[in-house]
Structure formats: structure tokens, C-alpha cells
Design a protein around this ligand. Structure first.
Ligand code: COS
Length: 401
């Protein structure tokens, strides 16, 4: 069950990065989330359940803009941060379900035509359509431009009465979150195979499209829906193209820019939960005639954990604030998001490891919260740009200054 008697902390919401609206949002969610008793034994069923509840609760409205059924005039990075941090504190799977609705529909929000936006975004906000972002390939993870999936204009249909500008997708995508569960995929494919990063286009592909096989599930250490997608003669109409032909790389990067700070927030939520578990345990656990919390060694460790969390938190809130206010240049905003994602995920891994160590043998028992957090956090240092990619983004910018 995802429910918990721990309540997510709120002190950080007093920081000037946040408005009153963010504080109210956090307050509502801090009450709502622990009351959701979702059975997470089956990750796919749980994910559907979370999407439905998050839709019914109105929380998914923060994944799209108001004109498409969203809560706010535009995507608000700080709202996403507040939501993901709070959800991840209680249930990493709830956070995942929420985040994928945003990431999976982000390219439609940024570059979709009014018709595409109307067809997908209101249903995403209500939790009626599950979204997915299909960028990675077996040989193109960090190196996005190396992708080999091709979307070829189909000239064979010329004169046959069909639209001559259909695209036919051929290739595969892997490690796709919500793969096999999603109702649609934002897929990136080469429209100019020699064009490098300038030869990629984006498409919205319905899960039911013939030629798309999403049945190959991938099992991971912290269960969540993940699959390989195979496109074999998968035909989509010209109306499936998202944004400009060959503009897909930048669209993918812009989408990731929005959500990277929110991955950092998810890591923060998990780290805050680990700290809360560690503090709780340290106060209760007796050894050598006193509690664990009475030992200076424990106090020092808790201090280190709290400072690591604060460091990640400040970078995360700064990145989200910069994006919402348009502060700095576009590159500075990308770099801030990269620094936040790198620091918050790396620090969260350390904090969770320390919390587990403090629990001793109890920490490695299946069913202990710190045990599942230890598995949950690991992939955040990899997906949506591995730590090394964030270092590259920051390093390149520093060298160009
Ligand atoms: N926003 C807008 N445009 C961007 C951008 C951004 N954040 N980042 C790069 N671009 C543009 C560049 O300006 C450049 O444009 P021009 O062709 O007009 O010069 C183009 O995109 C290529 O940029 P660059 O040369 O930096 O691309 P690289 O191939 O070197 O890739 C990295 C850079 C590694 C940073 C990029 O591939 C990346 O982020 N990889 C990780 C991808 C990822 O997150 N995968 C996980 C998938 S989701 S789980």
C-alpha cells in the first residue's frame, strides 16, 4: 500500500522562490496523498489507478495549460516541483504516474497544432489518456542524435487517393516509461538520416496504430511500467507530425528542460522521506543504554543528510523559479536545470544510503521504506539525462562563458 503515516515536510515552502498559490497546492496535496491507499503490488495496475486518482483529484491539471483543461495559464515549473516532491515523499510510483503525463504530453504542449492539443491535452489532464515520451533507443541514450528509427515520407501512396505525406516509422525505442500502458507516444525519429541532430522530427503516435508493438515489457529493480517499442511499417498521417520537420531534437531538449528540474524534485521527495524515516528510527532505536539519536555519530550523519537535501533543494527551486520568471538567458536556465537534476539526484542517493545504513539489518529487509527508496532512487541518476550529461551541459556552458 502506498499510504503512510508520515506527512511531507513544508518548511521549505516559506522560501521566497514560492508564492502563496504554491503553498496552498502543497497543503492540499500533503493531505490528499497519504489518504490514497493504492495497492502497488502490480506496478501497471497501480499506475493506472494512480493516473485515475490523480486525474479525479485535479492534480494532473498541472501537466497542461489552462486553455487545454489545465489549472494554470502555462506550465508552472514550481507547481511541478511541489507536486513531484510531495508525491515522491509518499509514493515514487504516484510521482512517476504524474510525471509521465507531463513529460509524455510536453512536446504537444510546446509544439502541437491546436487540433493536436485539443485531441490529447484535455484527456491527459483528466487522466483519461496515458502519455509517454519515446526518445531513447538501444544505441542512442545520452547520444540522442545517434537514433536510428526512421520516419520516411511515403511516396508509394501517391495517386492512390491517400495523403501523399504520410510518414512510415521503422525502428525501435527502448526504456520507454509507460510503454505498453500509454494511449499515445510522442516519438522522435529521423526524417533526414544524414542530418544529425538537425534531422530528427517528432510525431504523436496512438498506441493502437498498426505497426506499433509495445508488448515487450522490461523489468527493472524498482518496478514501474517500462517497455521496448517496435515500429514496423507504422504509418501515421501528416497530421501526426509535432512541430517542424527536422525540429525534433530541439523540441526534445526543450521538453526535457522543463521536466529536469522536476526530476530533481522527485529525488528531493525521496531524500526527505529517507531523512524522516532515519530520524524516526534514530529516536526509537535503543542501543548501549540510549537511543541511536543520542550518539554524536548519528547527529553528525543526520546533519550531513539535511545539508545534502538543502543543497539539492535550493538548486531545484532556483531552476524552477528561473524558468517560471524567464530569469537569465535560455542557456542559463538549461544549465540551472542540469545543476539541479545532477545535484538533487546524486545527493538523494547518498542520503538514502545513509538512512539505510542507520537502519542496520532492518534497512535491507524487503518491505522497509528505506529498502524500496534505495531501489527507487537509482534510475533518477540515469533517466532524462544521466548525471554525466548534466555535467557536460554545465561544463560546456562554463567553457563558453
Ligand atoms: N534547448 C533548445 N535547443 C537546444 C538545447 C536546449 N536545451 N540543447 C541543445 N540544443 C540545440 C543546440 O543549440 C544545437 O542547435 P544547432 O543545431 O542549431 O546548433 C542542437 O540542439 C544540438 O546541440 P548539441 O550540439 O549540444 O547536441 P549534442 O548532440 O552534443 O547533445 C546532449 C547534447 C548530450 C546534452 C543531449 O544529447 C542530451 O541532452 N542528451 C541526453 C538525452 C536524454 O535526456 N535522454 C534521456 C531520454 S528521456 S528518459
Amino acid at each position: 500500500m502506498a499510504s503512510t503515516d508520515q506527512r511531507a515536510p513544508a518548511g521549505h515552502l516559506a522560501l521566497p522562490f514560492f508564492d502563496e498559490a504554491h503553498r496552498q497546492l502543497a497543503d492540499g496535496l500533503r493531505d490528499w496523498t497519504p489518504a490514497q491507499a493504492v495497492d502497488e503490488a502490480d506496478d501497471r495496475a497501480a499506475c493506472r489507478d494512480w493516473v485515475r486518482r490523480l486525474g479525479d483529484g485535479g492534480w494532473l491539471r498541472y501537466c497542461v495549460a489552462a486553455e487545454h483543461g489545465g489549472a494554470l495559464p502555462a506550465l508552472d515549473s514550481r507547481a511541478l516541483v511541489v507536486l513531484r516532491e510531495t508525491l515522491a515523499f509518499h509514493s515514487p510510483l504516484a510521482d512517476f504516474a504524474f510525471a509521465m503525463q507531463g513529460l509524455g504530453s510536453g512536446a504537444i504542449s510546446l509544439a502541437g497544432t491546436p487540433a493536436q492539443q485539443a485531441a490529447y491535452l484535455p484527456a491527459v489532464a483528466r487522466g483519461e489518456k496515458i502519455a509517454a515520451f519515446a526518445l531513447s533507443e538501444p544505441d542512442a541514450g545520452s547520444d540522442v542524435a545517434a537514433m536510428q528509427t526512421v520516419a520516411a515520407r511515403d511516396h508509394l501512396t501517391l495517386g492512390s487517393g491517400q495523403n501523399d505525406s504520410d510518414f512510415v516509422l521503422q525502428g525501435s525505442k527502448t526504456w520507454i516509461s509507460n510503454g505498453g500502458l500509454a494511449d499515445f507516444y510522442c516519438v522522435f525519429a529521423k526524417t533526414d538520416p544524414q542530418g544529425g541532430s538537425r534531422g530528427i522530427s517528432a510525431f504523436v503516435v496512438d498506441a493502437s496504430t498498426p505497426g506499433l508493438d509495445a508488448s515487450r515489457a522490461i523489468h527493472v529493480m524498482a518496478p514501474h511500467p517500462l517497455a521496448t517499442l517496435v515500429f514496423d511499417g507504422c504509418r501515421v498521417p501528416a497530421g501526426a507530425l509535432l512541430g517542424e520537420v527536422n525540429g525534433g531534437f530541439k523540441l526534445a531538449m526543450q521538453t526535457l528542460d522543463i521536466f529536469r528540474a522536476s526530476v530533481a524534485a522527485a529525488a528531493l521527495g525521496m531524500a526527505r522521506r529517507a531523512l524522516a524515516e532515519a530520524v524516526d528510527w534514530a529516536r526509537k532505536r535503543r542501543m548501549f543504554g540510549q537511543t541511536l539519536a543520542d550518539f554524536q555519530l548519528t547527529q553528525a550523519r543526520i546533519g550531513e543528510m539535511a545539508a545534502l537535501i538543502d543543497a539539492g533543494a535550493l538548486l531545484t527551486y532556483r531552476a524552477a523559479w528561473m524558468r517560471d520568471l524567464g530569469a537569465g538567458s535560455a542557456r542559463e536556465r538549461s544549465v540551472a536545470a542540469a545543476a539541479a537534476k545532477m545535484t538533487a539526484t546524486e545527493n538523494a542517493q547518498k542520503v538514502i544510503d545513509m538512512a539505510l545504513q542507520m537502519h542496520g539489518g532492518r534497512g535491507v529487509e524487503v518491505g522497509a521504506k528505506v529498502e524500496s527508496l534505495y531501489r527507487d532512487i537509482r534510475s533518477l541518476r540515469i533517466y532524462e539525462g544521466a548525471t554525466e550529461v548534466q555535467q557536460l551541459i554545465i561544463g560546456k556552458a562554463v567553457l563558453q562563458e
